[in-house]
Design a protein around this ligand. Structure first.
Ligand SMILES: [Zn+2]
Length: 461
């Protein structure tokens, strides 16, 4: 995909969040990128060296200028998305979880036994995510090894950084006969093969590919497979992901089966390790949170899916103050939107409801809100979608700082059907950033670079 004329220096104005809670506006900055796609130098406009550096890259023909009315944002890091659920995004979200799974999700996911079908869906999904600025995605594949390896290959070809796992679901009592692992041994063997094959793809992929050990969630898995996957995590050091403490039903079922809650059961099977990614977690207690922080476990906050299936909102500010890594996930298709913009917005909105509680027929102190300090600001939510995801994965991404991968989305604020200029009224950097995050459509995202390489170009269409 790399072209001879690949730009090595990017000049324009950029927003990013190196620290939680604040943003930086790099106005008319020059970002120099190495051959490997990592940032080498960021030269501010008031740096006396900028003019000479600019002249040099202009002369060499390797300069990319964002241009008037355009701003750079880091590529998003979506840390929880189910790739085989893409064809049912937005469907059946009014159904209870068990019907959504039995009548929609399992029949759909079982179709990914057909690798040609899988390739067709996955090619479209990866393109659509890149078109919305998601340069890194952590995928839960179907229960099929071959289709999941195909997804990793498609990501590598198209330049999306990926962490990907074959979903494990072996319990005959909990899964349909037409769609489950044949046995716990087979599920562990398939996961071992996946680790080898995705690591091989990762070695030739410019942006990187990593395997992820992926039990669907405790209720779909036998004790034997959970133990086997825990041992595999220990012996290979691979990433682990699963759903944890997503809803009341799961919480109760796990408690009854093991006499302990989800997080402790997962820990005791060896599945909670540094950079393990636990989706949802609204039921996580303070004590369980301390354990997460100690082990370096990350939470994938999926605000849209929380609203549909959790009957609860994850208390992100408490997680952060406890020192837990937190990133953001679209959770296609428990969430309807493939856009991290949409999930940035939802994370802010649901945190406001969590702060106050929602039943206005009760006195304020009885509405169930967690009170002051609960809400997320827009900038904090932007951090979750970028630097927070990078921190969760332990990868150098998602800010414009030396040593980090250069992943960029170029936002045009003057599209004919989506003007984000606000008529020049209220035009401070925070106002510009807020309009981009709250109001932009996929059409505003004009170009996307991943690891320094152009991977989506709507201007060329
Ligand atoms: Zn999920």
């Amino acid at each position: 995909m790399e072209k001879a004329t690949q730009p090595r220096a990017f000049y324009g104005s950029f927003f990013h969040t190196p620290e939680y809670g604040s943003f930086e506006y790099l106005e008319r900055a020059l970002i120099e990128v190495g051959e490997d796609g990592a940032i080498e130098r960021v030269i501010a406009h008031d740096d006396p060296n900028q003019a000479a550096a600019l002249a040099k890259v202009r002369e060499a023909g390797t300069l990319y200028e964002l241009g008037e009315g355009r701003f750079g944002l880091p590529g998003f890091v979506d840390i929880h998305i189910h790739s085989p659920q893409w064809p049912q995004a937005a469907l059946a979200l009014d159904e209870p979880l068990y019907r959504w799974l039995d009548e929609r999700t399992f029949p759909l996911e079982s179709k990914f036994a057909d690798v040609d079908f899988a390739k067709k869906v996955y090619s479209d999904l990866v393109d659509q995510l890149l078109a919305r600025g998601s340069t890194t995605a952590v995928y839960l594949g179907s229960a099929h090894l071959e289709a999941t390896v195909a997804l990793a290959e498609i990501c590598a070809e198209r330049g999306q950084r990926t962490l990907v796992g074959k979903t494990v679901m072996d319990d005959p009592k909990a899964n349909p006969d037409y769609y489950r692992d044949a046995s716990p041994e087979q599920a562990v063997r398939d996961t071992e093969t996946l680790i080898r094959e995705v690591e091989a793809i990762g070695r030739k992929s410019r942006a990187g590919a990593w395997p992820v050990i992926t039990p669907r969630f405790i209720p779909s898995c036998t004790d034997e497979v959970l133990r086997g996957l825990g041992n595999l995590a220990e012996s290979t050091g691979a990433y682990v992901q699963t759903h944890c403490n997503e809803g009341q039903w799961e919480h109760d079922v796990v408690l009854e089966r093991f006499g302990k809650t989800d997080p402790y059961a997962l820990r005791d099977f060896g599945l909670l390790r540094e950079h393990s990614i636990m989706a949802h977690c609204p039921y996580l207690t303070e004590e369980e949170g301390e354990m997460f922080a100690e082990l370096g476990v990350a939470v994938a906050h999926c605000p849209t899916a929380n609203s549909y299936f959790s009957s609860a909102v994850a208390p992100v500010q408490r997680f952060r103050s406890q020192g837990i890594h937190v990133g953001l996930g679209t959770d296609i298709s428990g969430g309807y939107s493939p856009s991290m913009y949409e999930n940035i917005r939802q994370a802010v909105l649901v945190s406001r409801l969590l702060e106050t509680g929602v039943n206005a027929q009760l006195p304020p102190e009885e509405r169930g809100g967690l009170g002051e300090g609960t809400r997320l600001s827009l900038v904090e939510s932007f951090w979750l979608a970028t630097a927070g995801g990078a921190e969760a994965l332990g990868l150098p991404l998602a800010t414009f700082e030396p040593g980090r991968a250069f992943d960029l989305q170029v936002i045009d604020v003057k599209r004919p059907d989506s003007d984000l200029t606000g008529f020049g009224v209220f035009d401070e950097p925070i106002d510009r950033l807020a309009r981009i995050l709250y109001l932009s459509t996929p059409d505003n995202v004009r170009q996307v670079f991943s690891q320094g390489v152009l991977v989506c170009d709507k201007d060329a269409r």
